[in-house]
Every structure is written in structure tokens, then in C-alpha cells.
Design a binder for this molecule. Structure first.
Ligand SMILES: [Fe+2]
Ligand SMILES: [Fe+2]
Length: 296
């Protein structure tokens, strides 16, 4: 088996990211005020980000119901975040397993794993305080996630990591700035944005440096698997249990087909798609899969 060492061209970037982590790493249990009540005095996500926004069930809700719905969607999103960070840490640790301590990214990847540990602990704390069920990601997606950690390969793995981080970053940036949103949600979103910036920067630099060096098999495998992985991540943004719990009939189908939600997803993936097109990781053969999955 070949070990993909971190290319020398990425080393200066990695040093900068380690220095940034020394300056700016946050403990959510001291940075965030967990004593504030998780009450429905404000939205927990900007309304425009909610999957049902603008649909008939949304129009039928009172303001109080919309806020309650936003609290459930936030708990569901935190749960999807824990699910994905778990996959991501497994993939990063598998990569680390093969790296000597002298590799340029060895320390950085341990920092990234530590960041994700703290984020998942933070998401879990929100869920425990949210007064909602601890929504679990759909069993099929969880099964797919398990398979994925075993067959992804490094390149597809880093594409999936970047996809999840880019989508969540778009909604986190909107959340942290929005004064209609509950301060607890805004604090969580801000902490996540600050630390995820380095993860996206690393994944992008690593992919750009490694892609041209991959074997044809690894390149085809990554190009073929990427749309399936990204589709799975997007599916996890709408959890059927939320609609069942709140008694919103046909909510899952309506949310997934909501043109506004589809547009949000495509916008969130815009930078990833541009990066992959530049690399040649979206090929004429794989492009239809991205289109059919509603990702571009
Ligand atoms: Fe994270
Ligand atoms: Fe991350």
C-alpha cells in the first residue's frame, strides 16, 4: 500500500495553520454561556436557512411554531454534525495511522481531530439542552457512513470532508451574524466558523497538491464516489424524524423538494464544485450524477 505523505508544497501552509491554531483554539465549555435558557424567545437558525422556509407548511405556522421548528432543526443539524465529524475523525485517523511523525501534517491533523472532538461535544451539549429528541441520522445514511470510512480512499475522503464543512460554514456564517437568532446558537456557530476555516484551508490545499499525483485508479474512484458522498451529506440536512415529531404531514418530501432549500444547498456547495472542476475531479462521466443528485 502506498502512503500519501503530505507534499512539500503544502508544508508552509500547514505551518501557518498550526500557528493559527496556537493563537485561536476554543473550549466550548468555557467560551459559551451554557447558563442561558434554551427558550423560544428567538429563532435558533435564520428562518431562510430552514428546509421548510417558504413552503405551504411554513406559511401555515404561527411565529411561535416557526421558532419551535427552528429549535428542532438546530438539534437535528447538531446531530448530523456529530455524525459527520465522527466519520471525518475516523478518516483522518486512518490517514494518520500511515503517517510518520516527521510528516509535515502530522501535528496539524492531530489538532484538527482535537477540534472536531470539541465541536461534537459542543453539539451534544446543545442537543441535551434543546428539549428535543436526540435526532439520529437516518439508519441508511449511518450505514453508508460506515461503508464510506472503509472504502473512500484519501482523496474522496477529503472531498467529503470539504463538502460537509463548506455547507455547514455557509449556514454557520449566516447564523452567527443574525440578530434574530438566539445568542446560544450564534455563539456555537461562531466558534465553529473560527476553527473550521483552517480545516477547509487544509483540505483544499491537500487536494490541490495531491490530485495530480494520484494513480488513475484513485482518481477515478474519487471522482465516482464524490457525488454519492456529497448527496448523503445533503440528505442528512433533512431528518424525517423532525417532521414526525412536530406532526408536519409530508414534511420530509416537501422540505427536500423545496426550491429554496435546493438553492441553498447548491449555493453552499458552490466553492467546492469550483475547486473540483478546477482539479478535474468532476469529469464528463461523473457530471450527470452531480446534476441528477441536485448538487450542481
Ligand atoms: Fe467541526
Ligand atoms: Fe472540520
Amino acid at each position: 500500500m502506498t502512503v500519501t505523505l503530505t507534499p512539500d508544497t503544502v508544508a508552509p501552509k500547514v505551518q501557518k495553520l498550526v500557528a493559527a491554531a496556537e493563537r485561536a483554539s476554543y473550549d466550548p465549555f468555557t467560551e459559551i454561556d451554557w447558563d442561558q435558557p434554551v427558550d423560544d424567545t428567538a429563532y435558533f437558525l435564520p428562518p431562510e436557512i430552514l428546509p421548510l422556509y417558504g413552503t405551504a407548511p411554513w406559511e401555515a405556522m404561527s411565529e411561535a411554531e416557526r421558532i419551535e421548528y427552528s429549535r428542532h432543526e438546530t438539534a437535528s443539524l447538531c446531530s448530523a454534525g456529530i455524525w459527520f465529524e465522527n466519520i471525518l475523525m475516523a478518516m483522518v485517523l486512518r490517514h494518520l495511522y500511515d503517517l510518520p511523525a516527521s510528516d509535515a501534517a502530522h501535528r496539524y491533523l492531530l489538532i484538527e481531530t482535537g477540534d472536531e472532538c470539541r465541536h461534537s461535544a459542543m453539539f451534544g451539549e446543545f442537543i441535551r439542552r434543546a428539549g428535543t429528541p436526540a435526532y439520529e441520522v437516518d439508519p441508511w445514511l449511518r450505514f453508508g457512513g460506515k461503508v464510506m470510512t472503509n472504502i473512500a480512499g484519501r482523496a474522496a475522503g477529503f472531498i467529503a470532508i470539504l463538502a460537509a464543512e463548506e455547507i455547514l460554514d455557509t449556514s454557520n456564517r449566516a447564523t452567527m451574524k443574525d440578530e434574530r437568532v438566539h445568542p446560544l446558537s450564534r455563539q456555537i456557530a461562531k466558534l465553529h466558523v473560527l476553527e473550521e476555516a483552517r480545516h477547509m484551508s487544509f483540505a483544499r490545499s491537500w487536494l490541490e497538491a495531491v490530485w495530480p499525483e494520484l494513480s488513475p485508479f484513485d482518481r477515478v474512484r474519487a471522482a465516482a464516489l464524490a457525488p454519492a458522498y456529497v448527496f448523503g451529506i445533503v440528505e442528512a440536512l433533512v431528518n424525517p424524524e423532525v417532521y414526525r415529531t412536530l406532526g408536519i404531514e409530508d414534511g420530509t418530501r416537501i422540505a427536500r423538494r423545496n426550491p429554496h432549500h435546493r438553492r441553498q444547498v447548491k449555493d453552499g456547495l458552490g466553492r467546492l464544485v469550483a475547486t473540483l472542476e478546477d482539479l478535474g475531479a468532476i469529469t464528463p462521466v461523473s457530471r450527470p450524477a452531480w446534476i441528477v443528485a441536485g448538487l450542481i
